[in-house]
Design a protein around this ligand. Structure first.
Ligand SMILES: Cc1ncc(COP(=O)(O)O)c(C=O)c1O
Length: 306
């Protein structure tokens, strides 16, 4: 159950129960809205938002891509997120969800005159794919759906409209007895998960596809920095389905999914069916960074005091 005292709506804090929208909210009908998913971790020095600037920048870039003019600046949005965490006095790890959307007032597809609204919610949230998933790995099914195409959509935008593709793929995977879906691009190479980027380890080399058909994942970027720190060789190259099946290790990265090992894909066990050795090293380094235990990355954390 998602719970919080306050939600930030169009510049003001409102009680959770009062954060309601009109039925004719434009985005509800046509799906043009953009959002972010950002985490705040309970560090030794209190709650700290991980890569707040990068997430907020991507939010505004997503809005630009989908032709929505946000009435708030990057700084205003960052301050609103910080203040939201303060007023709610969260005690545990928290997930922050800003959404820029089109409100009520006009109908029809041409949205230039639709009012632009912004909301930010935050709530305490644990591991998206489960604590057991983080430790033991999850089962993944390659989706029957291709990922949204760059010819007809905007994979670099964290646009609500992109998530119909993700939602159907995830539903299908879970109904088939798996925990998450992996989507291929139209040519049959790995694009991304429904809300994650994808990595494999093969013969000691870490491989992640280029972001041609995926969001530019902030967690993926963090993992690439970790790999450099650990002296791991990295390749950014296309991954075919057979390479997925024969990987020594595989994992997903995402703000929600963090670094989640994959132990089984389409009825094939990955590696020895447990969390891989390199995956564990990267996961440990990732959690050290987000929990403020690695001074080198301290500038990626925004501490919420008071
Ligand atoms: C489709 C998709 N790909 C990848 C990611 C991972 O991105 P990030 O690590 O920036 O959260 C997400 C989650 O935001 C996502 O929704």
């Amino acid at each position: 159950m998602i719970k919080a005292d306050k939600i930030w709506l169009d510049g003001k804090f409102v009680d959770f129960k009062d954060a309601n929208l009109h039925f004719l909210t434009h985005s509800l009908h046509y799906g043009n809205a953009v959002f972010e998913g950002t985490r705040a971790y309970k560090t030794q020095k209190g709650l700290a938002v991980f890569r707040l600037k990068d997430h907020t920048k991507r939010l505004l870039e997503s809005a630009k891509i989908t032709l929505i003019q946000c009435p708030f600046s990057q700084q205003e949005l960052e301050e609103a997120q910080i203040e939201l965490l303060r007023v709610n006095q969260f005690q545990n790890n928290t997930y922050i969800r800003p959404l820029i959307f089109l409100g009520e007032g006009i109908m029809g597809l041409y949205h230039a005159k639709a009012p632009v609204r912004v909301g930010i919610a935050a709530w305490e949230w644990g591991a998206y794919l489960g604590d057991e998933g983080l430790e033991k790995g999850i089962k993944v099914k390659i989706s029957s759906l291709a990922r949204n195409s760059v010819k007809s959509s905007f994979p670099k935008a964290k646009a609500s409209a992109n998530y119909l593709n993700s939602q159907i793929a995830k539903f299908e995977a879970i109904e088939a007895g798996y925990e998450e879906a992996l989507l291929l691009d139209e040519e049959g190479f790995v694009a991304e998960g429904t809300g994650e980027c994808f990595f494999i380890v093969k013969d000691g080399v870490l491989i992640s596809p280029p972001n041609d058909f995926s969001l530019k994942s902030i967690t993926q970027d963090t993992v690439l920095k970790i790999a450099e720190d650990l002296g791991i060789k990295v390749l950014r190259e296309r991954i075919s389905r057979d390479e997925v099946y024969t990987a020594d290790e595989a994992f997903f990265t995402g703000t929600a999914a963090e670094v989640t090992p994959i132990n089984y894909i389409d009825a094939r066990t990955i590696g020895n069916g447990l969390r891989g050795e390199m995956t564990k090293k990267i996961q440990d380094a990732f959690f050290d960074i987000v929990y403020g235990r690695n001074a080198k990355y301290d500038s990626m954390l925004t501490y919420i005091k008071g």
